[in-house]
Design a protein around this ligand. Structure first.
Ligand SMILES: C[S@@+](CC[C@H](N)C(=O)[O-])C[C@H]1O[C@@H](n2cnc3c(N)ncnc32)[C@H](O)[C@@H]1O
Length: 277
């Protein structure tokens, strides 16, 4: 269990992350509107979840942000307890749950990754984290250490993480953007800038992430998320050149579940089953 002493991220950094995401919450939702590429990416995550987690299951969501996934998962028949550290993000989630009449399926709690022993309502059937929230921690083991306290034996973690190898970012080498091309390989992580605040982001090979779960977990799924299609930041390619995008998406569908592409991309989806001895 974490004490204030051994938090893997300093209080200042956590406060900056919470403040940065709170400030950006409204823009975060606005950016997701009319963004077919991001919609496709989320759709692939939901399809992955649906193959592994039974409807009606109770899901603990980490770094839920403004609640896009909590809403969709609730509509798919799951019950979701959504957690985050940014009050501005959680406020938008609460608003959506009320507006859509999903309060009986979505609850929420302010909670950092390292305080999961404080999560209410456990044990859960699954622990879900989407779009790289967990890339804000330098050491995933500081989070996985808490999983036995909140996850049922046989339960599943579905985590969407940012890998080191992202072909679209590496390709920016040809436009002279060396820093962007190699930022994911920087020792000690890369510095993210959001709403005037800065905090480190860390990238993990799937092997590293898998090891962080330890011996009581077995891998049951791994696929790349947006390996051939661009990064989630790219809103315009899919809108301006839909036929080109459709071709890339087709290729992406073929390659993303296969080695070595399954561990590359803007993200990958890693699923681990908790099987304590
Ligand atoms: C990129 S957003 C992803 C949000 C959401 N999962 C989605 O798919 O839209 C990252 C989220 O991680 C949250 N976060 C970052 N560090 C955290 C921590 N230590 N504990 C809990 N949440 C954290 C941020 O507040 C932010 O809402």
């Amino acid at each position: 269990m974490s004490s204030d002493h051994n938090l893997p991220v300093s209080h200042t950094t956590l406060a900056d992350i919470a403040e940065a995401f709170s400030r950006t919450a409204e823009k975060y939702d606005a950016f997701a509107e009319d963004h077919p590429h991001l919609t496709r990416m989320r759709g692939k995550v939901y399809a992955h979840v649906a193959t592994l987690i039974q409807p009606g299951a109770r899901i603990l969501e980490l770094n839920c942000g403004t609640g896009a996934d909590a809403v969709r998962l609730a509509q798919m028949g799951y019950r979701v307890h959504a957690t985050d550290i940014a009050p501005g993000m959680l406020a938008r989630l609460a608003e959506k749950a009320t507006k859509l009449g999903l309060e009986d399926r979505i609850t929420h709690q302010t909670c950092a990754f390292f305080q999961l022993e404080q999560v209410t309502g456990g044990l859960y059937d699954a622990v879900f984290s989407n779009l790289g929230g967990l890339n804000c921690v330098p050491d995933l083991a500081s989070v996985t250490a808490h999983l036995p306290l909140i996850l049922k034996p046989g339960g599943i973690a579905v985590w969407v993480l940012m890998p080191k190898v992202c072909l679209w970012e590496l390709a920016t080498l040809f436009t002279g953007q060396f820093r962007l091309a190699f930022r994911r390989f920087a020792r000690g992580g890369a510095l993210a800038r959001l709403e005037g605040l800065r905090f480190p982001v860390y990238y993990f090979h799937p092997r590293q992430a898998q090891q962080a779960f330890g011996r009581d977990f077995v891998r049951i799924g791994l696929e790349g998320l947006s390996v051939i299609t661009p990064t989630a930041e790219s809103k315009n390619l899919a809108r301006r050149w839909p036929r080109l995008y459709a071709g890339l998406a087709w290729l992406d569908d073929q390659l993303a579940p296969r080695w070595p592409w399954r561990g590359w991309g803007d993200f990958y989806i890693l699923s681990m089953r908790y099987q304590p001895e």
